[in-house]
Design a protein around this ligand. Structure first.
Ligand SMILES: NC(=O)c1ccc[n+]([C@@H]2O[C@H](COP(=O)([O-])OP(=O)(O)OC[C@H]3O[C@@H](n4cnc5c(N)ncnc54)[C@H](OP(=O)(O)O)[C@@H]3O)[C@@H](O)[C@H]2O)c1
Length: 333
């Protein structure tokens, strides 16, 4: 079997970490063969760091490269729609960073384009491929904690110094940047089910982006998810899934967990080691999603069974509803 040949779109922070993660995987399975950035100099610098053979000073050139099996889009979310549509129209499979786009209209354009062009598309919710998340899905399937009644999840960090996290025109806002992790967590636990209602309360930052938000997803059968995110302060960043027969807890980093507690018993799953510099904690865990994408492509799948296009659409529609309730609009037309 041949190595999956990755094209890297943009030379920013998460692209750095993604390529470091690829390097923790066997070279016969994964190779970054091209990188494109808006600025050729930055692309060259990135290529030099990782010994990537092909370098492009525009995303268009990457889209035209016939050797690429799949493009990883690590650009900021405001550009996801346009660049992903370009890759899909050029017949490229795409793994696109979260959130897939700014609103449900854009997400639907992208999922439709993937279907129309018969290519693979997945929103890069790397969390879902961590061993802890696999373990959660397996425990829920086996009904180890009975029927899930309450889910709690939180993601908070002081991101006020990160322009793309707070500036609305760069896609800033707590829900789009980090709250999406909490919502996708609840969606996974409730197996992609649509909530009966979405209720959001929160505050806006001085830029007009959402700063601190709590969302309640209410489900038929007296089930709830209570999700909190904030850009102003660290939270414990824990999660709990509470059922009629027990509890599953993630002690920290719900987005990249290395430990799970099931009815009081903890199991640890360290991420792969690296000596390379990372921008985000536990980023070598991006290797789990990269390997998942390789397996999907080897099977000829056009979407992931773990992070499906329908779930990306449901997630985007919930985020839109939260924004409406907070009085914010991320529509661009
Ligand atoms: N999975 C994770 O753990 C994780 C962690 C952090 C971020 N993310 C997601 O990854 C994406 C990028 O985040 P990041 O922290 O890596 O961001 P970043 O380093 O600030 O920017 C990433 C790239 O976006 C492009 N870009 C930046 N500003 C732009 C602008 N004003 N207009 C057009 N393009 C611009 C640049 O591409 P060029 O290099 O081509 O110039 C830049 O290198 C976001 O969607 C974010 O939500 C995911």
């Amino acid at each position: 079997m041949m190595a999956t040949k990755w094209g890297i779109c943009s030379a920013g922070k998460i692209s750095n970490d993604f390529v470091v993660a690829l390097e923790t995987l066997p070279a016969e399975d994964h190779r970054a063969i091209a990188v494109a950035a808006r600025d050729l100099g930055r692309a060259k610098e990135f290529a030099k760091t990782f010994k990537i053979p092909k370098v492009y000073g525009s995303y268009e050139e990457l889209a035209k490269d016939p050797d690429i099996d799949v493009v990883y889009v690590g650009a900021i979310h405001t550009v996801h729609r346009d660049v992903v549509l370009m890759f899909l129209e050029n017949g490229k499979n795409v793994l696109c960073e979260k959130p897939l786009a700014m609103n449900i209209t854009e997400v639907k354009e992208m999922t439709s384009a993937a279907r129309k062009n018969n290519v693979f598309l997945m929103e890069a919710f790397w969390s879902r491929f961590f061993p802890v998340y696999e373990q959660i899905r397996s425990l829920l399937d086996q009904k180890v904690i009975g029927e899930v009644k309450v889910v709690r999840a939180e993601f908070g960090a002081n991101l006020l110094g990160v322009p793309r996290a707070v500036e609305k025109e760069l896609g800033g806002g707590a829900i789009l940047d980090i709250g999406c992790y909490c919502i996708q967590f609840a969606l996974m636990v409730f197996n992609g089910e649509k909530p009966e209602s979405v209720t959001a309360k929160g505050f806006l930052y001085e830029t007009g982006a959402d700063e601190t938000v709590t969302v309640i997803l209410q489900y038929l059968g007296k089930r709830q998810a209570i999700l909190t995110c904030t850009l102003v302060t660290a939270l414990p960043n824990q999660a709990a899934i509470c059922g009629t027969k027990g509890m599953i807890q993630i002690p920290s980093h719900i987005w990249s967990p290395t430990s799970i507690i099931v009815n009081g018993k903890e199991t640890k799953y360290p991420v792969p080691p690296t000596t390379k510099a990372l921008n985000f904690s536990n980023s070598t865990g991006l290797s789990y999603e990269a390997e998942h994408v390789r397996q999907c492509l080897l099977k000829g799948l056009k979407q992931s069974p773990i992070m499906s296009l329908a779930e990306s659409e449901l997630l985007a529609s919930i985020m839109d509803e939260v924004h409406i309730q907070l009085g914010i609009n991320y529509n661009r037309e």
